[in-house]
Design a protein around this ligand. Structure first.
Ligand code: ADP
Ligand code: MG
Length: 706
């Protein structure tokens, strides 16, 4: 257990951010002019100079060493979706055989990890292994502190020799710059002179499961793939709805307390925690931040959940679908747009002009989400998420927006050019001078929508629990940037701004409102209704990824300087490859578990039944039940072995298929269904073997024991 913190003696306020080299720390430790210049660099108004970096590096080093750091690392996010770090110690030898602790501006600004083993999707050949990490001044450096030591972590971008983005941060920063440019054009055209920057904000709700570590260790599938490839449901699942928001068990509460403190120390504002729907499923939500800082923080959240869980004898599962038969885990992405002077552009205000602005930005989101629905869908495309999207607990694979009936009525009335609409306390005049006034609590709740307006933000619910949120935010910001650019073009040219604004809402909302759906997204008839509306329903990762290399996507990302064609192609290849690799491992684990655990155990148990039947018959006792069970087991064993052999064959076929797309398709079309077929034999087998004779911890153990 962690000894660093005595919780009872440590007020949160004295812990929060102690291991974060935040702007507050920098304000204290940097000369005034340097700090001021750094702020300008952060907001994009100035280029970073080596002189400034030199001073910051010195202050950062002193701060880190005072807190016990011996090493630093450029902390980055390669396209694996994980984080990477290569530790360097601060030591520099002196002529007399001693060392000094040094850290230069150059070392702060730029690192050169050997990049050859990170996926580049063809952006660089292995012999051109060069990759560079570059300091991201907008995301605070932090200390990783645990019993093994203290390391200064510097959030960095990761680019190739020719400047290609090899990570998830560079495109996100560029997409944030794009939406800043376009949203500012719109605001200026509307007469706003006070705001100087628009920032995309993000608050991700992270779901995860906890399982007892000793049980986890006995499941090769959990160890190697993060999910159970076999397991039949116990008598109880989540049907009692007694876990959701239920009282948190003490063991879990102790874990959560330590998790919160660890996150608070590095400046991550962990805020909300609760039991989720499935047994042993939980959620953590931090207070939102800029998308970039939030994406870094979410990586830390995932890592810290896993680390702290182990200290408490548990393993955290971040996989999207660790257990069949109960809910999977997602990551709800709460997204909005804020100005530097405190306006939330997706929040209705209490004066007409704020409402008009809100409706304009809301219309932009609707248009972007409809026009780029397949792109946004692809942000949630992973092998793990294929189990969720379209399955009955998760939002379906169809992108739709929930607004609630009040707002939908307002927007519909605007689109239809109706003179007035009224609804309850809402009176709406659609004259140019008197824009609608909106009631405050606009939206009811809808848990089934993949893209729900929740009063002052949109909640994109498709993203998988193990994914980096950078991707979803990059796509979302870029898509909305395009529509805002079209708005800005029109507004800048218009003499009558208010009239143009209203025309834009009418035109864009009218054209794209088919994507708005306030009903039950889990209902069968929504699938048919969505098809009638022409909304795409892309169920598999392999199909969802295709959009990345389509001409309209390339044009979108190139126009807004977010990703080039080559960078998009590389991502397409990497994500397809990742899909294939993940299924490959899962199928391999299945075959291995059947042959080395299920088959021997099942055989031994069937044999003991047959033997018992013989002994019973010998004394003239009834032996039919034993014999019958032994026979049924033998049948299922035979079928399991056959299905495993078949899986081995299609797996070999997939492995030998050339080309990322063809290979991924084979995994999707042949390997995955064969995995399902195999599981359909093994799970009933489990139910016929004595619990003590079964070699794997069961769902009952994994889901209910903590
Ligand atoms: P809900 O009950 O709708 O899920 P919460 O208040 O619990 O809403 O917020 C969920 C997440 O949304 C939190 O991480 C919160 O910080 C975040 N959030 C709130 N406002 C915004 C915003 N303007 N932009 C982005 N995220 C936000
Ligand atoms: Mg929520």
């Amino acid at each position: 257990m962690n000894s660093c913190i005595d919780f009872s003696q440590t007020p949160v306020t004295s812990v929060f951010g102690i291991n974060s080299f935040s702007n507050a720390v920098m304000r204290e430790r940097l000369p005034k002019n340097v700090f001021r210049e750094l702020l300008e660099v952060q907001s994009g108004d100035k280029e970073l100079t080596l002189e400034v970096a030199e001073v910051v590096a010195g202050a950062m080093k002193d701060w880190a060493i005072e807190k016990g750091a011996t090493h630093y690392t450029h902390w980055f996010q390669p396209l694996t979706g994980l984080t990477a770090e290569k530790h360097e110690s601060f030591i520099a030898p002196t002529a007399e055989g001693k060392v000094l602790m040094e850290f230069s501006g150059k070392e702060l600004i730029k690192g050169e990890p050997d990049a050859s083993s990170f996926p580049s999707g063809g952006l660089r050949a292995t012999f051109e292994a060069r990759g560079y990490t570059a300091w991201d001044t907008t995301s605070p450096a932090f200390l990783k502190q645990d019993p093994t030591g203290t390391t200064l972590c510097i959030p960095t971008a990761f680019v190739g020799y020719y400047g290609h983005a090899l990570d998830k941060k560079v495109p996100l920063l560029k997409a944030m710059a794009a939406i800043n440019r376009q949203a500012m054009r719109v605001l200026r055209a509307l007469g706003n002179t006070a705001s100087t920057r628009v920032i995309s904000t993000m608050g991700p709700e992270q779901e995860y499961f906890l399982v007892d570590k000793a049980l986890f260790d006995r499941r090769p599938d959990l160890l190697l793939t993060g999910r159970t490839v076999f397991g039949s449901m116990p008598a109880k699942g989540q049907e009692m709805e007694d876990h959701y928001y239920g009282a948190i068990k003490e063991r879990v509460a102790l874990f959560m307390r330590e998790l919160n403190y660890e996150l608070w120390k590095v400046g991550v504002a962990a805020k909300t925690q609760h039991n989720e729907v499935a047994p042993n499923q939980f959620e953590l939500a931090p207070i939102y931040a800029s998308s970039n800082v939030a994406a870094d923080a979410n990586q830390l959240v995932m890592e810290t959940i896993q680390k702290v869980a182990r200290r408490h004898g548990m393993e955290a599962l971040l996989h999207e679908k660790p257990f069949a038969g109960v809910n999977g885990s997602g990551k709800h992405n709460n997204w909005s747009l804020a100005t530097d002077d405190g306006l939330n552009l997706l929040e209705p205000g209490d004066d007409p002009s704020a409402n008009a602005r809100f409706l304009l930005f809301a219309a932009a989101v609707v248009a972007a989400v409809d026009r780029y629905a397949t792109l946004i869908r692809s942000a949630a495309a992973t092998a793990g998420n294929d189990h969720r999207l379209g399955a009955n607990e998760a939002p379906p694979a169809i992108i739709s927006i929930f607004f609630g009936s009040v707002l939908s009525d307002v927007l519909d009335a605007l689109a239809d050019g109706k003179a007035a609409a009224s609804r309850g306390d809402l009176r709406m005049q659609l004259g140019v001078t008197s824009l609608p006034s909106l009631p405050l609590d606009l939206s009811d709740r809808n848990r089934t929508s993949p893209f729900a307006f929740t009063g002052n933000k949109f909640e994109f619910r498709m993203v998988g629990s193990s994914q980096s949120i950078a991707t979803a935010n990059t796509y979302l910001n870029t898509a909305v940037s395009q529509v805002l650019a079209e708005f800005a073009d029109r507004l800048e040219a218009a003499a009558d701004k208010a009239g143009t604004m209203q025309a834009l809402i009418k035109e864009y909302y009218g054209r794209h409102r088919r994507v708005v759906f306030n009903g039950n997204g889990y209902a069968e008839d929504w699938v048919a209704e969505a098809a009638r509306r022409g909304l795409p329903n892309i169920r598999s990762t392999v199909d969802a990824l295709a959009v990345l290399v389509q001409p309209a996507t390339v044009e979108l990302f190139e126009t807004h300087l977010v990703l080039t064609r080559a960078e998009l192609e590389s991502r397409y290849h990497i994500y397809l490859e990742k899909y294939s690799k993940q299924i490959n491992i899962e199928a391999g684990v299945m075959i291995d578990m059947v042959r080395r655990q299920v088959f021997p155990a099942g055989t031994a148990f069937a044999g003991s039944l047959a033997q018992a039947a013989g002994s019973l018959a010998a004394i003239g006792a009834i032996s039919a039940p034993q014999e019958k069970r032994a026979k049924r087991l033998a049948e299922l064993l035979q079928e399991s072995v056959d299905e495993a052999d078949r899986l081995e064959r299609v797996l070999a076929e997939a492995q030998e298929t050339a080309g990322e797309l063809a290979r991924a398709k084979l995994f999707l079309d042949k390997v995955v269904p064969q995995m399902v077929a195999l599981r359909a034999r093994v799970d009933p087998l489990e139910k016929l073997v004595a619990k003590d004779a079964w070699p794997l911890p069961t769902y009952e153990d994994l889901l209910f024991r903590l």
